[in-house]
Design a protein around this ligand. Structure first.
Ligand code: 13P
Length: 210
C-alpha cells in the first residue's frame, strides 16, 4: 500500500482501537512497512488523535527522516521487521486483558493463552512467547524480541503488553484485537474445565489459514 493511503488508514485504525478501549492515554504504538522505509506513531501521541501528516517516517535503516519524533519503541518494531520478512505492520498495545495475562507468573511462558477458539489460532498463530520484562524504551529488549519474533507473529512482553505483527496493517490490527479477546476468554474461563481445540483441529486451521 502507498504511503498516501497508509497514513489515513493508520490514523483511522488507531482511533478505532482507542475508541474501543484497546489503548488509553498515550500508550501503544503502531508501525507499517513502506517500500522506502516505515511509518511509526510519534512518541507520547494518543492513538485516538493522530495527525496523518505528522506520523513519523523512518528510512530503511530505521532513522527518523520525517514527521514528529517516533515512538521510543522503534527498536521493538525493528526487532520484529528484521526477524519477519513477511511482516508489513506491527502493533504494540497495553490492552487490559492481554496485559493481565502478561502479568501471570504461573502460565506456560511459551503458550500463556490456550487454543480456545479458531480465530485465535488463525489470527494470532500457534505460538505466543512471553518475553521477560524490560523497562519501556529499553533497547536491551531488542535481541529477546527478535528471537521471539523468529518463531511467532505475536508475543507478550511480561508485565507490559502485547506486540503483534501481520502481513498488512489491517491483519496486524485484527490479530491484536483477536489476541485481546482471547485473553479475555481465557481469564473468564481460568480455573474452569476448559475444552481446548485438539491438535488435529489446530492443524486443520493452520492448513487452511496459516
Ligand atoms: P511511545 O509513546 O514512545 O510510543 O511509548 C508508548 C508505549 O506504549 C511504551 O511501551
Amino acid at each position: 500500500m502507498r504511503e498516501t493511503e497508509l497514513r489515513p488508514l493508520l490514523t483511522e485504525l488507531a482511533a478505532s482501537l482507542f475508541q474501543r478501549g484497546y489503548a488509553v492515554g498515550s500508550a501503544g504504538n503502531i508501525s507499517a512497512r513502506l517500500e522506502d522505509g516505515y511509518l511509526m506513531t510519534p512518541t507520547n501521541s494518543s492513538l485516538g488523535r493522530l495527525d496523518p501528516a505528522r506520523i513519523s517516517k523512518l528510512d530503511l535503516d530505521f532513522q527518523h527522516i520525517g514527521g514528529d519524533k517516533p515512538s521510543k519503541e522503534v527498536f521493538m518494531h525493528r526487532a520484529v521487521y528484521l526477524a519477519r520478512a513477511d511482516a508489513g505492520a506491527v502493533v504494540h498495545l497495553h490492552s487490559t486483558m492481554a496485559t493481565a495475562v502478561s502479568c501471570l507468573a504461573d502460565v506456560d511462558q511459551n503458550a500463556p493463552i490456550p487454543a480456545l477458539t479458531p480465530y485465535f489460532v488463525m489470527r494470532v498463530g500457534e505460538r505466543l512467547p512471553v518475553v521477560p520484562y524490560y523497562r519501556p524504551g529499553n533497547p536491551d529488549m531488542e535481541p529477546a524480541i527478535h528471537q521471539a519474533a523468529l518463531g511467532a507473529k505475536a508475543m507478550l512482553l511480561a508485565n507490559h503488553g502485547p506486540v503483534v505483527s501481520g502481513k498488512t496493517l489491517i491483519d496486524a490490527v485484527y490479530a491484536a484485537e483477536e489476541l485481546e479477546e482471547s485473553a479475555r476468554l481465557f481469564l473468564l474461563l481460568r480455573g474452569q474445565n476448559m475444552r481446548l481445540l485438539t491438535d488435529a483441529q489446530r492443524a486443520e486451521l493452520l492448513g487452511h489459514f496459516g
